[in-house]
Design a protein around this ligand. Structure first.
Ligand code: KG4
Length: 360
């Protein structure tokens, strides 16, 4: 049995988790910094770092009160090292480093996107390698081919914004509130209900969609995401009279879902029969989950999606990803703090104990 203490601080969620064997979550207290960032309609990096600094100690104390840890109980400590807000990452990393030192165990640096995909193991799902990974979050929209832990190739990335960012901005434009993804989903559902459209039948309203198809002329074989064009289209549409926020939210979300399905279809065409893991905060969207399930079913491909509570940022998924390295004896390449989402690993900043050597 391998017991891990994990830390997540890539953006605006402060998370600590105690996880056994990368799958059984013993405790995972999480602090969402919504109150700190809501007045600004988006994340203020400096406030995020400060909130992590204030919240890590009480979250850790909460875990240790319930589950006192003796030397020898822990196998390793894990922390997100990339991609993310550099200041925020540093706070989590330093806290994790102090714990690793205290317990005399290695610190395993984890790629945030790999952690999102590894979150499926928290529901006891074991996904064989190779597999496809679709990441849709506030900062990333991409499809990867995962050959083994840490061996990840990009099949297609975003040309501009991420899906979550496009939903957050849209909610701001429409005056629906923050964070955008959930409020856009609710507004879209209100519109569907007003038109007596049951969940799953949203396509029935496709003909009235006022937004252009995203990347209409993209060559069939190319996998690319883009959300800036539709954001501009929404800004224009919102300034015209006669259309409700609910109507616009519904059709905007439909275009985004359709675009994601199109890209996943092409990735599956390139790598037929590989299982697919879809993760990241935007995967909390019920409409999108259903659309991807349908798309994979049509192609007879297995689709794995983390449980809703593990779709958005959390520390349990960091332990899940670290366990892939620990259990397979593979050293993590992600030993340095970086804002980059690259899977190449960069040897610029040496760090921490065990796999990581402390920076001097
Ligand atoms: O993965 P995540 O928690 O944070 C990172 O970006 O790393 O993703 C946050 C994003 C936000 O943009 C948020 O609006 C979006 O996930 N999101 C959703 C939903 N819940 C959260 N988007 C669509 N529908 C939702 N229900």
């Amino acid at each position: 049995m391998a017991l891990a203490l994990a830390f997540e601080s890539s953006c605006d969620e402060t998370g600590v988790a105690l996880v056994e064997d990368g799958r059984r979550v013993i405790a995972a207290p999480l602090y969402s910094q919504l109150t700190e960032h809501r007045p600004y309609g988006g994340i203020v990096p400096e406030y995020a770092s400060r909130a992590h600094l204030e919240k890590f100690t009480p979250l850790l104390a909460e875990i240790l009160r319930e589950h006192p840890l003796k030397p020898g109980d822990l196998s390793y400590v894990a922390a997100t090292t990339r991609p993310g807000l550099v200041g925020a990452l540093l706070v989590g990393y330093q806290t994790a480093l102090a714990c690793a030192r205290h317990f005399g165990v290695p610190l395993i640096g984890v790629h945030h996107l790999e952690a999102h995909l590894a979150a499926v193991s928290l529901s006891d799902m074991v996904v064989p390698y190779p597999h496809l990974g679709l990441i849709l979050s506030g900062g990333n929209s991409a499809i990867y081919l995962l050959s083994s832990p840490g061996e990840v190739a990009v099949l297609g990335d975003t040309l501009d914004d991420a899906a979550g960012e496009a939903l957050d901005k849209a909610a701001q434009i429409l005056g629906l509130g923050y964070p955008g993804g959930p409020v856009m989903e609710k507004a879209a559902r209100r519109y569907a209900e007003s038109r007596n459209i049951a969940p799953g039948d949203e396509n029935q309203l496709a003909a009235e969609n006022p937004f252009p198809l995203i990347l209409k002329s993209l060559p069939r074989e190319e996998i690319s995401f883009s959300f800036s064009g539709i954001k501009t289209a929404l800004l224009r549409a919102a300034n015209l009279p006669g259309k409700t926020a609910e109507f616009l939210a519904f059709h905007y979300q439909e275009r985004i879902v359709e675009h994601i399905v199109r890209n996943l279809d092409h990735a599956i065409a390139r790598h037929p029969k590989l299982p697919v893991v879809a993760a990241g905060g935007v995967m909390a969207n019920t409409r999108l989950r259903r659309a991807l399930e349908e798309a994979c079913q049509k192609k007879s491909v297995m689709l794995y999606i983390p449980e809703l509570r593990y779709c958005t940022d959390n520390a349990a998924m960091v332990a899940a990803a670290a366990h892939l390295y620990y259990a397979n004896g593979i050293p993590s390449k992600f030993t340095n703090i970086s804002s980059s989402n690259s899977f190449a690993g960069a040897p610029t900043m040496r760090a921490a104990s065990g796999q990581m050597k402390e920076q001097r």
